[in-house]
Ligand binder design. Structure first.
Ligand code: NAD
Ligand code: G6P
Ligand code: MN
Length: 440
């Protein structure tokens, strides 16, 4: 089997060790000769290089060459696979995305609501840049993307690079499934889940269990209504995730037909969410003081020569999920995953050009989304409004249109006032000067 050259775009990301660990544990199905960390922040990239060097040493992989590069040509030329996970503006800007809407009584979140829209206008530029490098220096490579906000990134890419070898995925469905399975004692390996929606905005319609030979979703919903879920092992001690999974019971209490994606709390119960959020200390602060600090600390220790038991991270299924997708693609395994992709009829009564999240089989030619049943008016209405808002935002990016941005902000399903939407937009424009296109 040909040995692969892989690039991690956003090499300095706190998620890089999880992806590399997963790659190493699948090395028989995904042989590598070279790992390149590409990041536009050389300090973060060098820290990560130390951590990954240590990981390769501990796992005994001297045959894999490791480099850290700021130069796009050197990073991408001749690459076979690109794993992309950039965060344009870093966690400092995530903090702004979360805190500004909260000041105005709106949801302040990384990927949902107006925070997600602000992040989107930063991310699109960064991801288009990465894709342009891949087109130039490694036109045959596959890009597997985790960069958020995924629907907006997917929409921008769909417009500029239709037919590109790129797969957008999110680890949330697999985390939800793992959490459900751990809480209610199922073996997720036996599941064939069916799901539809937009990214961080969708519903399960069935969870077929192959060993039990039935759809277990109705009984899971009953269990969720009887007893709220705790976090799975990989989220141990994380209060934010504990609350998010608990909230899923409230959602099924109101709407017991399907299992929701936990992120729907931001659209169905924005008022409850805002009420319980600390406006001065948000998730970005927790991540900076948690995962990010931990990464810096690992690098500092290695630099100081303290390499004994220095590596500590637990990313659950995050790394495995994207690596399973990569192996399914490389080895034409035709396994089933949730992907974020242009609809093209997968949800028959939703516009074809919506970027949706649906199950798909993945093989050598890429994704083959499955044909789902028509969806009902409740979910369709919610999704259509949100799709329109997202399309308007991407229009605003390409047309540099203030008016389109204002329409997008107003139509976002976590917002109910143009007056408030405009105030948030105007403040966001100020703080994002360095990152957003100028809106006229
Ligand atoms: P992070 O800030 O720790 O890491 C991101 C890295 O990207 C940083 O080192 C930064 O310097 C680099 N970067 C920023 N802009 C860049 C550019 N234009 N070119 C090259 N490098 C650039 O963030 P994180 O918390 O590790 O998250 C990384 C990304 O993964 C985010 O987009 C996050 O939303 C996403 N994510 C997605 C999922 C999912 O399910 N889709 C899950 C987890 C994380
Ligand atoms: C889940 C979502 C990602 C999101 C992440 C945030 O994994 O699927 O899209 O980026 O959570 O986690 P964090 O710990 O950074 O808040
Ligand atoms: Mn996600």
């Amino acid at each position: 089997m040909k040995k692969l050259k892989i690039v991690i775009a956003g090499g300095g990301s706190t998620y890089t060790p999880g992806i590399i660990s997963a790659l190493l544990s699948h090395i028989d199905r995904f042989p590598m000769e070279e790992i390149r960390l590409y990041d536009n922040d050389s300090k973060r990239n060098e820290d990560m290089q130390l951590i990954i060097e240590q990981l390769l040493k501990e796992q005994n992989h001297p045959e894999i060459k490791l480099i850290a590069e700021e130069n796009p040509k050197a990073a991408f030329v001749g690459a076979d696979f690109i794993f992309s996970q950039i965060r344009v503006g870093g966690l400092e800007m995530r903090e702004q995305d979360e805190k500004i809407p909260l000041k105005y009584g709106l949801v302040g979140q990384e990927t949902c609501g107006l925070g997600g829209f602000a992040y989107g206008l930063r991310s699109i530029k960064g991801i288009l840049e990465i894709v342009s490098y891949v087109q130039e220096y490694a036109p045959n490579a596959w890009i597997l993307n985790y960069t958020n906000p995924e629907t907006l990134v997917g929409e921008a890419i769909r417009r500029v690079y239709p037919g590109i070898k790129m797969i957008n995925v999110c680890d949330m469905t697999i985390s939800i499934e793992e959490t459900i399975a751990e809480n209610y004692h199922y073996d997720r390996k036996n599941w064939v889940p069916t799901y539809f929606g937009l990214n961080h905005y969708g519903w399960y319609t069935e969870i077929y269990d192959k060993s039990l030979q039935r759809d277990v979703m109705p009984e899971i919903i009953n269990k969720m209504r009887e007893k709220t879920m705790g976090v799975a092992e990989f989220n141990e001690g994380d209060q934010t995730w504990a609350e998010a999974f608990k909230m899923m019971s409230t959602i099924v209490e109101y709407f017991p037909d399907y299992i929701p994606n936990n992120y729907l709390e931001y659209y169905l119960f924005p008022d409850l969410v805002v009420e319980k959020t600390n406006k001065d200390y948000t998730r970005a602060n927790m991540v900076m003081e948690g995962r990010e600090k931990n990464t810096k600390e690992m690098a500092r220790k290695i630099r100081a020569g303290e390499t004994e038991n220095v590596l500590n991270f637990n990313f659950g299924e995050h790394g495995n999920y994207i690596v399973d997708i990569a192996t399914s693609l490389l080895n034409d395994e035709h396994r089933r995953f949730m992907v974020i992709t242009p609809n093209r009829g997968s949800i028959p009564n939703l516009r074809e050009d919506a970027v949706v999240e649906v199950p798909a089989y993945i093989g050598a030619t890429g994704v083959e989304p499955i044909a789902l049943d028509s969806i009902n008016d409740f979910h369709k209405g919610l999704m259509e409004a949100q799709v329109a808002a997202e399309k308007l935002l991407v229009d605003a990016y390409f047309e540099q249109s203030y008016q389109k941005a204002l329409q997008a902000f107003t139509l976002n399903q976590s917002v109910n006032s143009a007056y408030v939407a405009k105030q948030v937009l105007d403040e966001m424009i100020e703080v994002n000067k360095e990152y957003w296109p100028q809106l006229n």
